[in-house]
Write a protein that binds this ligand. Structure first.
Ligand code: UD1
Ligand code: CA
Length: 471
């Protein structure tokens, strides 16, 4: 059986370099808060409980946790005042009384951390029977990071913070990611012995490494394969860099592992949780965020925004359109300029054309809503044709209620018709162009709800005569 595993996320810091009223860990990285991405990674490796140290703007962080992570196993610990990363971990000690096992500790500002890297860290820790295992990384620019100091034989001696480092130590390119696996409770005495006699006057968690070395306890280190994954975010520029890195890593994976063509990675933003099938092409200017699933052989974009719980089947096209929290089955064509809002089902082979807005509606198989329509709270059957400019008037401004429209299989509505809900258009029924429909239309009937046309013969000639233009 795998060892007991818990995680601690240090998220109490002010993040003052962000210059924000929002806590740093709540800033967004491709559709998810920094902290949520870290929680996702530790959950994915099977942490039985996640301890989150909060402090700066903690009510905002708590609110986010309740909204986004309800039902998950987490607990917060208030660190007030914030006296450093070592002091942050001290706040969790009381709640680890009954725990013995692997304690994964990570900073809250490294959102690209992958479960596979964490798994490697834990495996190394267990294999080496270490008390402290540090995840390090070789970086091109080690600025501001703690450096991993090794002896000539390559054994880790400790970690020196940038501010406390000598010029020689600053030249080291191997950094501390501040992600560790500890053996609990073995490190507890080390935590209690931490001192704050350094440039920042803080209790440094990385000092546990030197403590273990001095006490002859086994330590280990494991290098992250890709430094982009473990970079901490301390400023808005680093936030932008992290978002770029996550985008790049995601597109690399989609291209190499899933056979997806992304024509212009620089203008394409795809979150890591997005799943895209083989031989789908993503054209420039797309933003695809959230638990989106796109099938194979689709053409997405240019300029599509696809967000939230969206599923798109195989062989679909989505051009210059926005799709949110909706399901689109195979062989559908969407756009250009469609707005598919929340809660829609677009069945196989349907067509949603330009300047069409859909909300909480179902469009049946092979039905068309091709031009200039608003379709809300509506169920459209199969093979129906919704004419240009058809509007479902679903909202009663007085009662403030939304009402339903039902359109049967094979029905059609003429151009510029208004269907005042609640109303049902029967199967195969036809609504004449320009109609305002306020009563149900029986199956197979024609409904015309407009003033009858009257032609006045010779009217133009008569007018000219009245105006004296014709003698
Ligand atoms: C830290 C490490 C450094 C490492 C780098 C990697 C220390 C002393 N330094 O530096 O070795 O290279 O991360 O990104 O650990 N936090 C608290 N309470 C506090 C202070 C911080 O919870 O009192 C949290 C912050 O919210 C943040 C994390 O700990 O999520 C790291 O703090 P930060 O100030 O960003 O540390 P760095 O200077 O980046
Ligand atoms: Ca940091």
């Amino acid at each position: 059986m795998a060892k007991a595993l818990r995680a601690v996320i240090l998220a109490a810091g002010k993040g003052k370099r962000m210059k924000s009223t929002r806590p740093k860990v709540l800033h967004d990285v491709l559709g998810e808060a920094i902290l949520s991405r870290v929680i996702g990674a530790v959950n994915a490796v099977g942490a039985q409980k996640v301890h989150i140290v909060v402090g700066h703007e903690s009510p905002q962080v708590e609110e986010h946790l309740h909204a986004r992570h309800s039902g998950e196993q987490w607990q917060t610990h208030l660190q007030e005042p914030q006296l450093g990363t070592g002091h942050a971990l001290m706040q969790v000690v009381d709640d680890l009384k009954d725990f013995s096992g692997d304690l994964l500790v990570t900073v809250g500002d490294a959102p690209l951390l992958s479960p596979s890297t964490l798994t490697r860290l834990i495996e190394r820790h267990e294999k080496d029977k270490a008390v402290v295992t540090v995840l390090s990384a070789d970086v091109p620019d080690a600025k501001n990071y703690g450096r991993v100091i090794r002896d000539q034989a390559g054994s880790v001696l400790g970690i020196v913070e940038d501010k406390d480092a000598s010029d020689e130590q600053r030249r080291v390119k191997e950094i501390n990611t501040a992600i560790y696996c500890f053996k609990w409770p073995d490190i507890k005495p080390g935590l209690a012995s931490l001192k704050n006699d350094n440039k920042q006057g803080e209790y440094y968690l990385p000092d546990l490494v030197a403590w273990a070395v001095q006490n002859g306890l086994p330590i280990s280190a494991c290098k992250a394969a890709d430094y982009r994954e473990v970079a901490g975010i301390n400023s808005r520029l680093e936030l932008a860099e992290a978002i770029h890195s996550l985008r790049d890593l995601t597109i690399e994976r989609l291209a190499l592992e899933n056979g997806v063509t992304v024509i212009d990675p620089q203008s394409t933003w795809i979150a890591p949780e997005v799943v895209i099938g083989q031989d789908t092409t993503v054209l420039p200017g797309c933003h695809i965020m959230g638990p989106v699933k796109i099938g194979s052989n689709c053409i997405i974009g240019p300029n599509a925004i696809i967000k939230g719980a969206v599923s798109i089947g195989d062989h679909c096209t989505v051009v210059l359109s926005m799709v949110v929290d909706s399901s689109i089955e195979s062989q559908c064509r969407v756009g250009p300029f469609a707005h598919i809002r929340e809660g829609n089902i677009v069945r196989a082979g349907a067509r949603i054309g330009n300047f069409v807005e859909l909300k909480k509606s179902t469009v049946g198989k092979h039905s068309n809503v091709s031009h200039l329509s608003y379709v809300g709270d509506t169920t459209i059957g199969d093979n129906a044709n919704i004419g240009a400019g058809t509007i479902t008037a679903n909202y009663d401004h007085i009662t403030k209620k939304k009402e339903q429209t039902v359109i049967g299989d094979g029905a059609s509505t003429g151009s510029n018709s208004v269907l005042v809900a609640p109303v049902t258009i029967g199967k195969e029924a036809v609504v004449g162009a320009g109609s305002v429909i306020t009563k149900d239309v029986p199956e197979g009937a024609l409904a015309v709800g407009r003033a009858r046309q009257e032609n006045k013969d010779g009217w133009a000639e008569n007018r000219k005569r009245r105006n004296g233009k014709v003698k």
